[in-house]
Design a protein around this ligand. Sequence first.
Ligand code: NDP
Ligand code: MG
Length: 337
Amino acid sequence: MSTSKTSNPLAKARIAVLGYGSQGRAHALNLRDSGLDVVVGLRPNGPTWHQALADGLRVMEPAEAVKGADLVAVLTPDMVQPTLYKESIEPNIKPGAALLFAHGFNVHFGQIVPRADIDVILVAPKGPGALVRSEYERGRGVPCIWAVQQDVSGEAEAKTRGYADGIGGGRAMIIKTDFKEETETDLFGEQAVLCGGASELVIAGFETLVEAGYQPEIAYYEVMHELKLIVDLFYEGGLTKMLQFVSETAQYGDYVSGPRVIDAGVKARMKDVLRDIQDGTFARNWTAEYRAGLPNYKKLKQADLEHPIEQVGARLRAQMPWLHTAAPAATPLKKVG
Ligand code: NDP
Ligand code: MG
């Protein structure tokens, strides 16, 4: 699957990476170290402008970076991409060039309607930028998913493969998807299971114990702190490894009580959430909320931040110094806004 430097279809291409955050920095550095020609497009003198310069990259304003580029990777936060596209990309991108995304939200939900004379492709590493970079430096790579939405050059697929190889994904595994599948499954995962589902599960468990008269400190350890042990086991070896490492008592409780908590009603409501994603309701609401200045978002976020689990948690975490010396937390899910 992997392509060597010389046979990479992008070997002679100029690649403009717009954005130098979690993904942008990792992509730009890996592409450069794969021998490809990279320029970074950023707002002048923003915080990451200086970082990109310090990393030895060529940095220019987005419109300048786009001019002359054969591939433009859009790696800014999703909600700023439509304006960036209108102002800096659309008037400047060369006919036949490729426009690359790491998340399909804007294209799939019509927030960006790419010009008809360019390729539109997607390469999304299945990991945070820091891991995409550190694995590359170790000579390995993070698996990527890829998709082609629009192919005018006849080389769109080769370009996605070349890009995935250049950031290290080709050393691991690349999986074909499409913009619809990537966008809808990504939103569903973060809403129903990862961010939304997991946090509500933890909060409900915490409240159940505290309302029953147990100490909040004990409840915190049981339902939030120890979640990491379980998630790490899932990550490394799925349900099989988790079941190997927990006691028989915990396993039996899992089998008989898990389905009482997460029952058919939960799954039915997951399907409702998925339907709102698929029919565009979520994207419409979120875009309107963003344009209105995030009134509900701010209110709901404040409520989470003020929940008693956060107060007891802050106190307890202050007594666990190893939490503060660990590597910076990965942020694989910071995708929308
Ligand atoms: P970040 O939030 O880390 O991007 C920040 C970068 O975008 C900074 O360089 C910032 O520059 C720049 N930026 C912000 N606003 C603008 C603007 N108006 N014009 C130009 N540059 C701007 O983004 P992520 O790396 O998290 O996400 C990038 C894309 O990758 C998204 O589509 C996301 O969905 C996707 N993705 C992200 C993953 C992740 O691990 N985070 C995983 C897979 C996909 P400045 O210094 O000027 O503020
Ligand atoms: Mg919540």
